[in-house]
Design a protein around this ligand. Sequence first.
Ligand code: NAD
Length: 497
Amino acid sequence: MSTTIGHWVDGKPFAGTSDRTAEVTNPATGEVTGNLALANLEDARAVIDAAAAAFPAWRDTSLAKRTAVLFAFRELLNARKGELAEIITAEHGKVLSDALGEISRGQEVVEFACGIAHLLKGGFTENASTKVDVFSIRQPLGPVGIISPFNFPAMVPMWFFPVAIAAGNTVVLKPSEKDPTASIWLAELWKEAGLPDGVFNVLQGDKLAVDELLENRAIKSISFVGSTPIAQYVYATGTAHGKRVQALGGAKNHAIVLPDADLDLAADAMVNAGFGSAGERCMAISALVAVGDIADDLVAKIVERTTPLRTGDGTRGSDMGPLVTKAHRDKVASYVDAGENEGATVVVDGRGVQADGDPNGFWLGPTLLDNVTPEMSVYTDEIFGPVLSVVRVDTYDEALQLINDNPYGNGTAIFTNDGGAARRFQNEVEVGMVGINVPIPVPMAYYSFGGWKNSLFGDSHAHGTEGVHFFTRGKAVTSRWLDPSHGGINLGFPQND
Ligand code: NAD
């Protein structure tokens, strides 16, 4: 049975006036489960207008009242996260435990935002000049746009909207067309938590909706997460229209395993980080760089752990779910074909996997490719699927060079028991998030998330203090309360005394 999925505006569902729609599928069954409204210009403007109308009152709502809503939202989310996890699994395909994991990481940002009062404090200088005080305040921007990818339909929007809302902004969220229902569920939860209507809105759509967010004068900032070409486009277009933009792009994350590493722990980590969420994580490890003579042993240990993994329906206790769409599954499988043709060794082959699920699901099992070289397309491209490529090198320096030559710089990890080598790596590597014996080094909410190079356009990472700065702007006030000592005429530039 297929449901209709619309927008959320001014605290209620909005069907829109567009006749364009997109199909939403359950990747584990191949069934069309939803019919998504794709906004036309009029719809997009109606959503943006609602966010703009709600801004003055929300900006002027006390910090105490704003954070009370945040606390209520956190409690509701925590109590009802099982419902959201089911929605995510039904449209994205990831297994339920993984869906719950993404909600927890998003919830951490809500918890961080509950304490925003501390981070909105300004500075105060008494008597900067005689009887003149100077102080700084941070104020919200206005209505802000958030554009999110398919792979984390709850967590990625939650990297941004708790901080934006706590800081006094209003929000228009444009979710991915592939799994749009989570955003509507979150909107309903905000309403239940007591958020005034119009502060959190959802605009469903494609390029047309994105372009309106980028160009509409009412929208003051854009937080985008998705593939690199679109991130670059969003950054260029948004900034050309005078907006503050943070645009997080794609990734090709390398893990280096040094000869002194514990190979059992490294093999566990590679399997978890390579195949978790079917490799559809921007922090997934897709290139394993084995240094020295450990590669044969390490590959054997990874095979031992990969072979028993169960690929199947995310609601059945499987280890790994399907890929998000049939087209994406076919594209990822074609990379495996290309790697094989270019000379890589297919050690574990996920093509033709026997999945525990409907035969029409978008299945591809975990795939391990050995003897991958830097010219192969499996190495150069972001595949975004359960494909782990092993590149063999002789030295740490060669491994580091590979990472630093890569156009992406999202996440990386080193596996070693040598503190000196790890410290050298954290200093030398040109990547925004680094793990030392940690394969997926996603920072806690009170630090900021973001990559370097083609993995992020703009200069603010998500959440943490950088997030608070992104969603506020500074104002410096110079004040004096006039008394007779301030009299007299002086047309010179004001000087301090
Ligand atoms: P995508 O770029 O296809 O889509 C992202 C968003 O952009 C969606 O909301 C989509 O509707 C919109 N969009 C798509 N094409 C557009 C166009 N031509 N013009 C305007 N808007 C457009 O990305 P995806 O496939 O949904 O997500 C996977 C990608 O996201 C991967 O590259 C992954 O690495 C990246 N990602 C990065 C991070 C990070 O933190 N750097 C996190 C998650 C995902």
